[in-house]
Write a protein of this length. Structure first.
Length: 274
């Protein structure tokens, strides 16, 4: 059965979810060098997620346990082993048919919103949300690798470890990184990124950054609601147009700088038709 074209998970309320080796769909995994999967129930049904860790040159992540990411009232702790070449990518499948994917110029307008809390921006090298071409996982453990990865993509987030906001777009062999005219991220703030793709494949972005009053679930929910409101007032970032007929999947990429124990938390994930 295929995946429906919508997904929403509030990771501040999601319990721990075991990951399983994708190759067997049965054996829990505790280490790297493979792709893993999990399923998370929410009010709308079952959400399927894939995790690429240590695949190819993605980086030798060794911190994930069979219990999955560590849940808390302020989201799931993104697990990395804090080495400079360490990175993960989360999607909802990369196989045409069962994956949560969209075809530009064919599907109606679609979108993605992703929320994270970054404890220390200096601990990361690359943290992005966006859409990328449906192909096998590629290297994305640094800003340069992220820019080169995936021939067709539209990413927005933090590139390098100074908290600067950037977009990365690619069309065939043309890659473009654009620094946005925004104040750098403040450690501990909630970041909400929105990527919209219209029926013609035109991409627009919006960002919101909110300081939570604390780490309780109520405080995080208040911050997330404020971020959603703030999105409407944000100016669009650099526009980009996908080539018509490109099948793309939503993606979250996180890479460690090796400067300290990673403390980024995944707060919310929302994908669907506009």
């Amino acid at each position: 059965m295929g995946v429906t074209k919508n997904s929403y998970v509030d990771f501040t309320k999601a319990p721990a979810s075991s990951w399983f080796a994708k190759a067997t769909n049965a054996v829990p995994t505790a280490v790297n060098a493979q792709q893993d999967l999990t399923r998370i129930e929410d009010a709308f049904g079952c959400n399927y997620f894939e995790l690429a860790q240590g695949v190819g040159a993605l980086g030798a992540n060794t911190l994930l346990t069979t219990a999955g990411f560590t849940p808390a009232s302020n989201g799931w702790l993104v697990c990395c082993d804090n080495a400079a070449t360490d990175s993960i990518e989360i999607t909802q499948g990369i196989v045409s048919g069962p994956a949560l994917s969209f075809v530009t110029g064919t599907d109606p307008a679609f979108y993605m919103r992703g929320a994270i809390i970054v404890g220390h921006k200096a601990y990361t090298t690359n943290t992005t949300f966006g859409f990328r071409k449906l192909v096998a996982y590629e290297t994305a453990s640094t800003e340069a690798e992220s820019l080169a990865a995936y021939d067709d993509k539209a990413f927005i987030g933090l590139l390098a470890n100074a908290g600067a906001y950037k977009t990365q777009t690619s069309k065939a062999a043309t890659d473009l990184s654009t620094t946005l005219a925004r104040t750098a991220l403040t450690d501990g703030n909630l970041l909400l990124a929105e990527i919209k793709v219209d029926g013609a494949g035109v991409v627009t972005y919006r960002l919101a950054e909110i300081t939570p009053a604390g780490t309780t679930n109520a405080q995080i929910q208040t911050a997330l609601a404020a971020a959603r409101t703030a999105l409407a007032a944000d100016a669009n970032a650099v526009a980009f147009t996908f080539t018509a007929g490109t099948e793309v999947v939503p993606s979250f990429i996180f890479a460690s700088a090796g400067a300290g124990a990673t403390d980024t938390r995944l707060v919310a994930w929302e994908v669907g038709y506009q």
